[in-house]
Design a protein around this ligand. Sequence first.
Ligand code: SF4
Length: 348
Amino acid sequence: MAFLPKHLFTLKKHFNIPVFIPELACPFQCAFCNQRKISGHIAVPDSGEIIKTVNEHLATFPKGDNHVEIGFFGGSFTGLPLKEQEKFLKLAKPYLDRGLIQGIRLSTRPDYINGEVLNLLKQYRVTTIELGAQSFDHEVLKQSYRGHTPEQTMESAHRVLEQGFDLGLQMMIGLPGDTLEKSLHTAKTIIALGASNTRIYPTVVIKDTALHHWYKTGKYKPLSLEEAVEWTKHLLLLFEDAGVKVIRTGLHPSEGLLSGDELVDGPFHPSFKELVLTEIWYDKLEKIKTNASKSITFYVHPRELNYAIGYQSKNKNRLLEKFDKVTFSADSSMDGKSFKVEHDQITF
Ligand code: SF4
């Protein structure tokens, strides 16, 4: 019998209220990270600011059957002293009690999970714990100065699930020593461990990090945008097949990298996910072979229409090299990434 992941049981609209807690209590300095620069925040928000953020977000959500979560991101939440963690969790409690939010999620390091921490998170009804696995390859973790092993991530993942939390496992691609094969291994391990969700972050070079230094001396070269899109395409398909929800691919444009000179190099693109989905669709569409260069119409689900046409009409333009006229039409009877074509002389 096949089991569906929890998020597929419901058609509720999901909303996340992100609360960034930058590099708080983090004694590590991962080679790629200057957390204050990624999150775009220097100061830790105080209670008043957090409440204001939550209220502002809540006011923007449409009325209806929503599933709203407060997410504590940015640092290693469970690395904080328990009292500090409790202070933040207490702020979320009244919203849970009043049914204004339905869950709390947080991100942390895999080696910052223990019984005491899990008890506290359970007491405050945290629903999802996301662990920054980054890679399940020993060498990649070592070269990236992560300070934990794949075994520690596996052990924590088991404990999180045993205690009844939803498990998220985040991964990075293009870290020092990484290869496509190692990234695929990481994705397969994330699936095997039972994560319900993941995030895929292509590694970028941020100013004043160890990676930046290695970049300047030629010791590190980031993935090109094309490579990162290609790797992510394979990963996305793996996760999709396994029913693991991919919450994010690429850094969010609001994460402080679009302005200033913090981003030195790397595969950062504000529409990264769209680029990946464009390629996934092109792989499907290019298989259409025909003897006649006439017109062709593709019917795809409305949700997939833009991705099928491609970022800046990339797929449409590529197909126009084979066909005189290419049309995309929305058809809600199509399922997921399936499609149908209308053409007079066509062979598959
Ligand atoms: S990635 Fe996380 S653990 Fe590493 S330095 Fe940044 S905040 Fe600390």
